[in-house]
Design a protein around this ligand. Sequence first.
Ligand code: DC
Length: 204
Amino acid sequence: MRFTVAIDGPAAAGKGTIGRAVAGHFGFGHLDTGLLYRAVGARMLAGEKAEDAARDLTPEHLANPDELRTAEVAQAASRVAVIPEVRAYLLDFQRAFAHRVGGAVLDGRDIGTVICPRAEVKLFVTASAEVRAKRRMDELQGRGQAADFDTVLADVKARDARDAERATAPMVAAEDALVLDTSDLSIEEAVAAAIAAVEARRAG
Ligand code: DC
């Protein structure tokens, strides 16, 4: 059985949490595609050319995801993500994952528009910049990293602008995506809405 759930949206809107929960509920595989760009960004920060890092990326580079979940690597990921060659190198890996037998959930920025335009379910998960900055701050502090609200908010807005305004595969809701604004939803409510969308498509 092949069944793809595409989840897009800005940073810290809840895509990862929802993606993991939907995948767990249905027994699908889950790919956080932001990690691919973060791995390339981290290698660029270490002095490699971004295109070379993307071309040579292997699953081992994703083995320590927590090391990639820093604010510095997030900004680097957003910068390498504007390079068309980087995006092209990462395309096959993502498409192969999307077509895996047993179902797949991918979350990112361009899954429903570019990577999997024929996904069975497309969600665009969003929330206000302030709510997202607060969530990101709590997450960073939870991992023992210092975080100040105004800095995190500025980072979130800078990344939103770069991700939405780039020429190649900008972040945008697919026309046929269900938009889920999680600003005033609990995690449970947001996950339930996403599961309901998948159930509806599977029943239909
Ligand atoms: O989802 P994330 O915060 O880990 O993503 C980090 C950066 O990677 C994000 O700012 C833009 C880029 N990205 C992308 O361009 N396309 C994707 N499908 C996923 C992430």
